[in-house]
Design a protein around this ligand. Structure first.
Ligand code: PGA
Length: 258
């Protein structure tokens, strides 16, 4: 069966996942300080940038982003529920009201820290669809699975329900491959491993009759030194940058090198 047509758009999609590196004051100050340079960077590179700050800073940053073409603001997570007795959670609807347009679903840190299963991740994705947020579903294996050579089994479990929902709802979605062992470790998978994973996702889409491939991203220790080599991998259509995105000059170099 031929692989589905790739809908690669030349500009890349770069996500700054700020995790909990900044307080609200620091997030707003970052934006204020770099607003002009960010505008120029977006204009020069034609890439799209998505900043995912902590929940409390989404509204302020979304307000600033209105004046910067190519910049969007997203959330790092959302509840799998619409509303109700879910202390500490934030609904997709609230995120939309705050000005978020994207949301990460199933980041390995939320899967791990909040015991989020593939099923919960799927419900988060469906909540995102319901409120017209674009979900970025994160997948990736732990080190032991990588070492045992069972990465594709993990990926299969993670993406099957996600791709079924994607096919059914026909809404925009992205998939970010972020091996857990590569996050925050300065270790990046080699080209062969990455090509195998992305080919597998392509093949799954083809087998499921998905004609429009979701945008496929890579995340995990991306920095200004390795991004150029990663950009040469044709299947990778954007990046999720964690720690390195908090330092504007580093982030700028990464975006310029893509
Ligand atoms: P890192 O994080 O770039 O700090 O490794 C990436 C991520 O978790 O999204």
């Amino acid at each position: 069966m031929p692989p589905p047509k790739e809908c690669r758009m030349p500009p890349s999609f770069v996500i700054a996942n700020w995790k909990m590196y900044f307080t609200h004051t620091q997030s707003v100050a970052w934006m204020h300080q770099h607003q002009h340079e960010l505008t120029v960077l977006l204009k020069e590179t034609h890439h799209n940038i998505l900043i995912c700050p902590s929940y409390e800073s989404i509204a302020s940053l979304a307000h600033s982003a209105k004046t910067i073409p190519g910049l969007a603001i997203g959330a790092q997570d959302c509840s799998a529920h619409k509303e109700g007795p879910y202390t500490g959670q934030v609904s997709a609807q609230s995120l939309k009201e705050l000005g978020a347009t994207y949301v990460l679903a199933g980041h390995s840190e939320t899967r791990h820290n909040f015991k989020n299963s593939n099923e919960i991740t799927l419900h988060k994705m469906l909540e995102a669809f319901a409120y017209n947020l674009v979900p970025i579903v994160c997948i990736g294996e732990a080190r032991d699975k990588y070492q045992a050579g069972t990465t594709l089994n993990v990926i299969e479990e993670q993406i099957r329900p996600v791709l079924e929902a994607y096919k059914l709802h026909n809404k925009e979605m992205m998939i970010a491959y972020e091996p857990i062992w590569a996050i925050g470790t300065a270790q990046v998978p080699d080209r062969d491993h990455l090509e195998k994973v992305y080919q597998y996702v392509h093949m799954k889409c083809a087998r499921m009759g998905i004609e429009r491939l979701p945008r496929l991203l890579y995340g995990g220790s991306v920095d200004e030194l390795n991004v150029q080599a990663l950009s040469k991998i044709a299947a990778i259509d954007g990046f999720v940058i964690g720690k390195a995105s908090t330092d504007f000059q580093k982030f700028k170099k990464i975006v310029q090198s893509i």
